[in-house]
Design a protein around this ligand. Sequence first.
Ligand code: SDX
Length: 391
Amino acid sequence: AEGVFTYDPGFMATSSCQSAITYIDGAKGVLLHRGYPIDQLAKHSNYVELCYLLLNGERPSKEEYQTFERTIRNHTMVHEQLANFYKGFRRDAHPMSILCGVVGGLAAFYHDHLDITREEDRQISAIRLIAKMPTLAAMCYKYNIGQPFNYPRNDMSYAENFLYMMFSNPCEEYQINPVFAKAMDRIFMLHADHEQNASTSTVRLAGSTGANPFACISAGIAALWGPAHGGANEAVLNMLDEIGDDSEENIQRFIDKAKDKDDPFRLMGFGHRVYRNFDPRAKVMKETCDEVLGQLGLADDPQLRIAKRLEEIALEDEYFVKRKLYPNVDFYSGIILKAIGIPTNMFTVIFAMSRTIGWISHWHEMISGDYKIGRPRQLYIGHPQRDYPTE
Ligand code: SDX
């Protein structure tokens, strides 16, 4: 676009990149996907359409949408032998460790005959990852709790299918709650992409070496796992449990802990590397939280009460105001996921599933154009040259 700052290829090759996928204005709290504001997309679109938009640059026509959506439905199954990967893990392994390992192994099943120098094969890789991540994610949960895996269903929407594969079992067919399905789809959308965050930058760096897309996504999953990044949604629920009650005195005590440099405690779900204003996703997530818990008769949920009180008090606290620390995408998402019945150790897995479209869209954008191997530079602060003693 006119006036957009562009980098010289040399600069791009070493430390940063240019992209047309997502735009963030941290000062104004703006997030655009291919130019569309996230709050409008969350209200009027759905995750599968957003996948098409992020990957291809424009919203699909009705026919394009139907073909894309049907293709995804028809690729949700995974190779039967992949189930053996799970059996190598301890039952109590964190689902993120399983997902990271299994996705890295997908290349052995789905990449060897693909040629990513061909657009058609790049699209096949992207579709397969979008389609199979919910299946692999639900399998992580089922393995964890010792229940049999569920096969995906082609008569269900993306979000319905995920809930079905998570919660159905041979003794009792899971009845899809439309409130939960809509909330899941919105959570998928709000986590879909976020410019050059740590995990997306990891995927781009891995992809710049020519590594296959499945290995690149596995690298992204590993980066997302950290509590400072994707692991924050699980950490928010643990923090709310630790806070325990919404009395002003108790909440102020935890806010003071978060301000204490000698104390490692931080307000999880607060602050951001880029936003110096409200994370626009947090606003939509808070509305969704109110909607879901209201419809479940849980508007007075203790953790929701604590979260809202914490937000109110922190946003009036000089330390947070001066540092422009606001709730981010992770602050309310965990409360919704818990209300749906999803265990906390699956929260970051859901973030990884949702972010797969962002990761693979950035991979596709880079691989489809002129690119060089990434080579971040460093500021050397070590010894100047010195001779090795010979005596
Ligand atoms: C995600 O990059 C992305 O886009 C990520 C993400 C995505 O969609 O991919 O948006 C997803 O990762 C959201 C962030 C989830 N993480 C958390 O909620 C963990 C809690 N947040 C913090 O750890 C922290 O805010 C970070 C890691 C998110 C950002 O860390 P920074 O860059 O160090 O924060 P900063 O530079 O803005 O900090 C400025 C000051 C520092 O204190 P001073 O040195 O000025 O005294 O604010 C303090 C920080 O110590 N601070 C906090 C705080 N976050 C920053 N103090 C208390 N609680 C916090 N949460």
